[in-house]
Ligand binder design. Structure first.
Ligand code: AHG
Ligand code: MN
Ligand code: MN
Length: 334
């Protein structure tokens, strides 16, 4: 493909060549991309657009909402509710599902999103993003309910994220590899800039919030201890560390050059399986990582095989370069 393939052209050609993107799904992905352009615009305005700081409210998970969390959520809902491609949406920032209002036709897809990932980075001008996951409504005719969303990640029909960094990039999979688009601000369109993204199987770079070390489970501590021993230790090589505190930005780095990302269960809140949310953070990212040749587990099983019991369910996340993820998973099993 030439370097000037737009998102629209990619979606049309992908359908023509592989039959992966029916018209409604194509519309859905174009609308999500348009919404991300709007969010990118708001992010770029920063203090000039009155988008910084706290909104003074909390979401269902007890987290303080930033103004931009709410703005991004509204942009995604308003863009997606009228096109006829969706039955309902679910978001980190909404307690329960948002059913497409009666005044609009209902489509066959379900959209889940983390409208603004990396909220703690908004006010300090560090990369943030939007994560999304698309499912099919299981039963064509009945009224849509929350139960329809509770499908394992392996059932996703599209997934991706948009990172608002030095460049705004949309990263997507429809189950035919991972493709990356860069926003051309003059043209106002996403242009294909990388296809067939592949993560190296080995890495010397790990990402974890080290301040939680004393709370980790033994297998995670063992893995990181061995990395820290460097060349003289059992791994026989030195490791580098990165932690951006925006999953989108950490995963983007891993897709570009490999690495392992962990937000594991820890003892701070022993009854929660982890911090990150299964359905709109871990599932879409895990599918992208697998599609690029990497792996994603919760330490025990493939994340994409987990049957969700709740919309806002949390999960322990270990993802990235295959051999490293397998090593950490083996440590959990032994
Ligand atoms: P969100 O802003 O959507 O709540 O997600 C933030 C997540 C994730 O992006 C990041 O990896 C992690 O929280 C950072 O957590 P710590 O601040 O505990 O490092
Ligand atoms: Mn998030
Ligand atoms: Mn968020």
């Amino acid at each position: 493909m030439s370097s000037h393939v737009s998102l629209s052209r990619y979606l049309v050609e992908e359908q023509r060549l592989h039959g992966k993107i029916p018209a409604q799904l194509r519309l859905l992905l174009e609308v999500v991309a348009r919404a991300c352009k709007g969010i990118s615009h708001a992010v770029n305005k920063g203090a000039l657009g009155d988008v910084m700081g706290s909104a003074g409210s909390e979401n269902v998970q007890g987290e303080v909402q930033k103004k931009l969390d709410i703005i991004a959520n509204e942009v995604l809902i308003e863009a997606n509710e009228w096109g006829g491609h969706l039955a309902a949406m679910a978001s980190e920032e909404m307690d329960s599902i948002y059913v497409v209002p009666n005044r609009y036709p209902q489509g066959e897809y379900l959209l889940l999103f983390d409208p603004l990932d990396g909220s703690s980075n908004i006010d300090v001008n560090v990369s943030i993003g939007t994560i999304f996951s698309v499912l099919q409504k299981p039963d064509g005719n009945s009224a849509v309910t929350e139960k329809d969303f509770l499908q394992a990640g392996a059932k996703q029909v599209a997934a991706g994220y948009c990172v608002y960094g030095p460049q705004t990039m949309l990263v997507l999979t429809v189950g035919d590899g991972v493709v990356m688009f860069t926003l051309d601000r003059e043209q106002g369109s996403f242009v294909l800039t990388q296809e067939k993204v592949q993560i190296p199987e080995d890495t010397q770079e790990f990402a974890i919030n080290m301040s939680n070390m004393r709370h980790w489970a033994a297998p995670v501590k063992r893995y990181v201890d061995e990395c820290l021993q460097g060349q003289e230790g059992v791994r026989g090589k030195n490791f580098n560390m990165r932690w951006i505190a925006s999953m989108v930005a950490d995963v983007h780095r891993i897709l570009m050059r490999g690495g392992i990302f962990m937000y594991p269960w820890d003892q701070r809140e022993p009854n929660k399986p982890g911090k990150l949310r299964l359905m709109y953070e871990a599932n879409p990212m895990s599918w992208l990582i697998e599609q690029a040749g990497g792996a994603a587990t919760n330490g025990h099983e493939r994340i994409l095989n987990i049957q969700p019991a709740q919309l806002h369910e949390r999960v322990s996340v270990i993802l990235g370069s295959k051999n490293e993820v397998e090593r950490v998973t083996t440590y959990h099993r032994s």
